[in-house]
Design a protein around this ligand. Structure first.
Ligand SMILES: [Zn+2]
Length: 588
């Protein structure tokens, strides 16, 4: 049975040692060399017509390069302890790096074009599909180095940041825990321990979370070395590329001005009391004087209801069906196509993700389903990402990936659809309360918690500039930023000092976390419109997703009337959270 719930990667390649896979690496290498020979040192002189041809060839190359690498990544995520997977993953990383270096000239030559000819090309209707890509590249003009320098930096990153990132992944996935539960000693993965934060037994929740964190503390030397190297590497990069602030490169790539990000964060902080109000309410619901942070996700009713995978799947698909038949069919295609890896197991990566592939290959989903309601939310979340990617397949490769600030839109919207459907169908007040709590906790996790994470990350980078950060310093920064959110409403358990050390976003995607905050607030606004407009909103929303990364976030959201630069917009999202808390209070 278990095997049925694994994803099927054979439509990509039949095995990690398949000859087609070796051929894919070889063919792509040959094609890259051909592209380089044809265009190197010639990009500046291209007419609109030939630049169009070059961009199309470049996209087709990117697709050919992506396929074997994505396959390697999927295998590694499914079982990082398999030696074949490790070898392939390492080969793929070196391959991607080498190919990237061969191709870097193309972006650089576009970036270095003279203003006037570039302006003419950017305005040419022939290149309309690539205007956003070209304009975004050019924004990085003053932060870009020569081809030789870029190539060297990239090459050395294999043994630098990328090596540390790999070490982080391998060590994290290798950690095993033992826990006394129901009178027996069990061996568990980190994911299984974290799932116990939803267990009704208060003592067990704290012990499970503590066990998880203490194991991280034992590896404190390693984790703090990884974090320090990430921060030092970024600091060097900022200096070499002349950026003023650690968040600047991310914000530029996201096409959101730094002031707007700062305003998002300040509005979030001003609303921390809203979270504290909820935490006090939750303590009341649990019948305890004050929450510990291991109680935040505790179930409020005794029922420890578990759902089978089949139930979860059907609940997810039906939630999307309530929105549109097309969305339901897209959602179900992941399950019928065996593109979901469902259960946790040793060696499998933690958490959950959706792997967007290319405009011609459908995405894959990784879950760690343990059967609680939150796992169904996660399923609806990842399926939302999947639908986003499927709809964006009408875009060409360079416009396929949604821009980061919108990357979490469809996923969070999908979770909202699930909650609303469950609330509507439910008649039992106790269950309704649970559902509302779960939704509110979710919003707190995607807004306030991500804001805490972003502030930690910002301070980590800023304070690393003053010298090495010891594990103790990282713990202190983490503690201080979390304390701002929890105030006196929640007591943090002592081992939580090491809570920073397992957040892989800090390692894999710098300053990604505020994308969640941004998306949640966008979704709260979109969802309000959907509730008001119902069917007529469906095509508006569908277009937002189908735009993929072809436009800036601002341009993508304009048809829905969303303006990021207005701080009132962010506050509007938090007001809706306030309404949900009132809805819960009304049930008490
Ligand atoms: Zn997501």
């Amino acid at each position: 049975m278990q095997k049925d719930l694994n994803w099927d990667t054979t439509p990509l390649y039949t095995s990690p040692v398949a000859p087609e896979l070796t051929r894919a690496f070889d063919d792509a290498t040959t094609r890259v060399a051909g592209f380089r020979e044809r265009y190197r040192s010639r990009v500046a002189g291209l007419s609109a017509e030939s630049l169009l041809e070059a961009l199309k060839a470049y996209e087709s190359l990117q697709e050919a390069l992506a396929k074997p690498q994505l396959y390697a990544h999927l295998l590694f995520a499914a079982d990082s302890e398999n030696d074949e997977h490790k070898r392939l993953s390492q080969k793929s990383e070196e391959f991607g790096n080498a190919m990237g270096r061969e191709l870097i000239f193309f972006d650089l030559e576009i970036i270095q074009m003279e203003e006037e000819p570039f302006g003419m090309l950017a305005e040419d209707p022939l290149l309309a599909n690539y205007r956003h890509f070209l304009m975004l590249l050019r924004k990085f003009k003053k932060h870009t180095l020569s081809e030789r320098e870029e190539s060297l930096l990239s090459q050395k990153s294999l043994t630098g940041v990328q090596a540390f990132s790999r070490l982080f992944d391998e060590v994290s996935a290798s950690l095993r825990y033992t826990l006394e539960m129901d009178g027996e000693t069990r061996e568990m993965t980190g994911e299984e321990l974290l799932a116990l934060l939803h267990h009704p037994d208060r003592e067990l929740r704290e012990r499970a979370f503590g066990t998880f964190l203490k194991r991280h503390e034992e590896h404190g030397i390693l984790f703090s070395a990884v974090f320090n190297n990430m921060a030092l590497d970024h600091a060097q990069e900022l200096e070499l590329r002349d950026y003023k602030h650690p968040m600047e490169p991310t914000n530029m790539g996201n096409e959101i001005p730094t002031e707007v990000v700062e305003s998002l964060m300040q509005v979030s902080e001003a609303n921390y009391p809203l979270a504290q109000e909820y935490f006090r309410l939750k303590a009341q619901l649990l019948g305890i004087p004050r929450l510990k942070n291991s109680d935040v996700y505790a179930p409020i009713t005794e029922s420890d209801r578990k759902y089978s995978f089949e139930e979860a799947r059907s609940m997810t698909v039906e939630a999307y069906r309530g929105f549109s038949e097309e969305f339901a069919q897209l959602a179900d295609s992941f399950f019928t196509g065996k593109r979901v890896d469902v259960l946790p197991r040793p060696g499998k990566g933690g958490g959950a993700f959706c792997m967007g592939m290319t405009p011609s290959l459908p995405p894959y989903l990784l879950l760690n389903f343990t059967g609680n309601l939150r796992d169904i939310s996660t399923m609806a979340h990842e399926v939302g990402h999947g639908i986003h990617y499927l709809l964006a397949q009408r875009q060409s490769m360079l416009n396929y990936h949604p821009t980061l600030p919108l990357a979490e839109t469809a996923s969070v919207f999908g979770e909202m659809l699930l909650t609303r459907r469950l609330l509507e169908k439910e008649t039992d007040v106790e269950v309704k309360k649970s559902l509302l709590c779960a939704k509110i906790e979710d919003i707190i996790a995607t807004t306030f918690r991500q804001n805490v994470l972003t502030r930690f990350e910002e301070r980590m980078h800023l304070e690393r500039a003053g010298g090495l950060l010891t594990a103790g310093t990282l713990c202190d920064i983490w503690w201080e930023e979390n304390a701002k959110l929890y105030g006196d409403a929640v007591e943090m358990i002592e081992p939580y000092r090491y809570g920073w050390s397992y957040i892989s976003h800090f390692i894999h995607a710098r300053f990604y976390c505020y994308s969640y905050t941004c998306a949640e607030l966008v979704v709260l606004s979109l969802f309000q419109r959907y509730l008001k407009e119902r069917e007529s909103f469906v095509p508006v929303y569908r277009e937002i997703l189908a735009d993929g990364g072809s436009k800036s976030p601002g341009d993508t959201l304009a048809p829905a009337g969303i303006v990021f630069s207005d701080p009132g917009f962010w506050q509007g999202g938090y007001d809706l959270l306030g309404d949900l808390i009132s809805e819960l209070k009304a049930l008490l």
